[in-house]
Design a protein around this ligand. Structure first.
Ligand SMILES: Nc1ncnc2c1ncn2[C@@H]1O[C@H](COP(=O)(O)OP(=O)(O)O)[C@@H](O)[C@H]1O
Ligand SMILES: [Mg+2]
Length: 257
């Protein structure tokens, strides 16, 4: 077994008196997708903010490639190869696709000016390598659909050599077709050897691309499964609170007996 890219053991985080995350353990391997599922308030964003260096855990262990880590900034996480794509994608709508692709690390000419021609060509190549066909990388990012923006963000992470790609609900605001396209690029990033953390509400989006599932509920792990341990029906049932209802029914029967 190779060293995981990311491993958390019994990780916990409180905001004041709110326990946002408690005793959560999971693992992310190169070339695999770990899917984090749960309702609003489950702690999904808190978990990825710890992985991405936005917040720090206050309990448990967080290791990156076998090394105990506590990032003090998103920059530090990025330097360790952990790239995060947030749902709202902090993009400047009027900025061109290619400028957005580089965001401050544009190629320059010998005289130190931004090399627009090179920038456009590299962006086009990186997108087409992922099978993304944009006619015009000079068009403003704001003209792209939500799904296309997610795809550009995924291609960017792949191009700049991320080891871990974290996606916070990339399909939440999308229709079935666009969600399918985004999931195709998630699978491509995985097949190129990245470790992917995919956050979603939707077991039907998670199931086809994931290697394992972490189900969160009110900050706790409701379950953790390798793909061969759970089928889509059971995953859906667990998401819908089936496991909780069963536990409750069990308690009631025990109380009656
Ligand atoms: N910055 C914060 N300050 C206080 N409470 C927070 C903060 N961020 C999240 N929480 C709380 O922590 C819990 C988990 O939230 P979050 O991680 O955003 O869940 P999810 O992404 O699954 O919807 C919720 O109860 C939420 O209200
Ligand atoms: Mg969230």
């Amino acid at each position: 077994m190779t060293t995981p890219l990311i491993e958390t053991k019994d990780i916990g985080k409180t905001y004041g008196s709110v326990i946002a995350l408690s005793d959560v353990s999971t693992v992310v391997h190169a070339g695999e997708v770990t899917c984090v599922l749960g309702d609003n308030g489950a702690g999904k964003s808190t978990l990825i903010k710890i992985l991405a260096g936005v917040h720090q855990h206050d309990e448990g262990s967080f290791q990156v490639e076998g090394e105990e880590i506590r990032f003090s900034s998103p920059r530090e996480a990025l330097d360790h190869g952990i790239a995060t794509v947030y749902q709202d994608l902090a993009v400047v709508p009027l900025m061109s696709v290619w400028r957005n692709f580089f965001l401050g690390s544009e190629p320059t000419t010998a005289l130190g000016f931004i090399d627009r021609k090179q920038g456009r060509a590299v962006t086009k190549k990186a997108l087409s390598d992922m099978g993304i066909d944009l006619r015009d990388v000079e068009q403003p990012v704001g003209t792209l659909s939500g799904g296309e923006r997610q795809c550009v963000a995924i291609a960017r992470a792949v191009h700049f050599g991320a080891k871990v790609l974290i996606l916070d609900e990339p399909t939440a605001a999308l229709g079935v077709k666009q969600a399918g396209v985004v999931l195709k690029y998630v699978a491509q990033a995985r097949d190129r050897g990245l470790g992917v953390v995919l956050i979603t509400h939707n077991p039907h989006h998670a199931y086809p691309v994931a290697n394992r599932f972490l189900l969160l509920k009110r900050g706790r792990a409701l379950g953790s499964y390798e793909k061969d341990e759970i089928d889509i029906e059971e995953l859906t049932r667990q998401m819908a609170g089936g496991a909780e209802l069963e536990a409750l029914a069990h308690e009631l029967r025990a109380a009656e007996a």
